[in-house]
Design a protein around this ligand. Structure first.
Ligand code: FAD
Length: 318
């Protein structure tokens, strides 16, 4: 038996995050996996019907812990130390990246971030992750226990399976020592789907020439039930908030379709979107690197191409 601890996340709307549902698929694909999901706070529907063997609850994440996750790390580390799982799986989110890395330090164990595949068929935990800004994939074997991984959003599809796991509470009784105090938290205003969870991402770059065109991109994203992304150049210019940035120093996305508009396709940008199932580029420079990465592309001025593209999408969806 391989014991897997899956760290579940509840999103800001009170739903299980897509990355958690994807991690459930990944965990269920492991050989002889006995899966326990850990969730902060109370386990209510739909957590209680996750396709896992058991749910363990830890203390809820309060406002003072958002963004630093000191208490959540302490609780999960205590749970890991008492249950000794072989593998700990997080979705790649701010929470997973912060807590996963700290947990690895506390457990003196390996941490593999941003994985797109995990397996244990021959008894060894193997993971695959993009390297060199997404231009190559590398496979690693993890020999330390537990193997702690974060899975890139979109690497697995939620399979819709449900279960009826037993629920038990775990109290670590340990108070986290705080090095940072959170004085205020602000929820990001968001219409529609989260960037990391979107099946369609419509991203804009410096080629848009200013902030106003992002409203057209938002219209296209809305027509596709998708989300708006951006290059760092567009974010640095103040045209759109940095929470939309895709890339090495931004978010990693793996949508079904990634539409890059006025984006040159620098390696640092591609690091965040190269695992998309299809990339569509609109760029006026035929020699732009984005066309080496794109499955479909239009060489042209976005101002001419985008209105008819949007009209056609709306027509097809009507
Ligand atoms: C350490 C480091 C980390 C970085 N991290 C990131 C990151 O996370 N994400 C990221 O995006 N970048 C990142 N960068 C920056 C990256 O190297 C590029 O500078 C950036 O991605 C370029 O953004 P862009 O494609 O929007 O702009 P540009 O490279 O300037 O490209 C603009 C494109 O728009 C096209 N264009 C212009 N006008 C039109 C028009 N009217 N119609 C259609 N197309 C048009 C042009 O042909 C061009 O290809 C990082 C850089 C470093 C050094």
């Amino acid at each position: 038996m391989t014991s897997v601890l899956l760290v579940a996340e509840i999103d800001d709307q009170g739903a299980i995050s897509q990355t958690t549902l994807q991690a459930v698929t990944a965990a269920n694909g492991l050989t002889s996996a006995e899966i326990t999901a850990v969730v902060a706070g109370e386990a209510t529907e739909p957590v209680t019907s996750l396709a896992v063997g058991k749910i363990v609850t830890i203390s809820a994440i309060d406002d003072a812990d958002i963004g630093v996750y000191d208490q959540a790390t302490t609780d999960i580390a205590a749970l890991v130390s008492s249950t000794k799982p072989d593998i700990v799986v997080f979705g790649k989110s701010d929470f997973g990246s912060i807590v996963g890395a700290r947990l690895a330090f506390r457990s003196d164990s390996a941490f593999a971030s941003d994985c797109i595949e995990i397996s244990n068929a021959d008894g060894t935990v193997k993971i695959t992750r993009p390297v060199y800004g997404g231009s190559a994939l590398a496979e690693f074997e993890i020999s330390s226990t537990p193997a702690i991984v974060t899975l890139r959003a979109g690497a697995y599809e939620p399979d819709g399976e449900t279960g009826s796991p037993a629920v038990e509470a775990f109290a670590s009784n340990e108070r986290a020592s705080r090095t940072v105090s959170v004085t205020d938290t602000v929820s990001e205003a968001r219409d529609g789907v989260r960037l990391e969870d979107a099946n369609f991402v419509v991203s804009g770059g410096r080629g848009l020439g200013g902030p106003e065109p992002f409203s057209v991109l938002a219209d296209l994203a809305q027509a596709l039930d998708g989300a708006v992304g951006a290059s760092r150049a567009a974010c640095d210019a103040g045209w759109i908030d940095h929470s939309h940035q895709v890339g090495l120093t931004g978010k990693s996305v793996s949508p079904d379709v990634y539409i890059a508009i006025g984006i040159s396709g620098a390696s640092q940008h591609m690091a965040g979107c190269s695992s998309s199932r299809a990339i569509v580029a609109i760029n006026k420079d035929a020699d732009s690197n984005i066309f080496k990465e794109a499955r479909f592309g239009v060489v042209g001025d976005w101002e001419k191409v985008l209105p008819s593209f949007l009209a056609t999408v709306r027509e097809l969806k009507a």
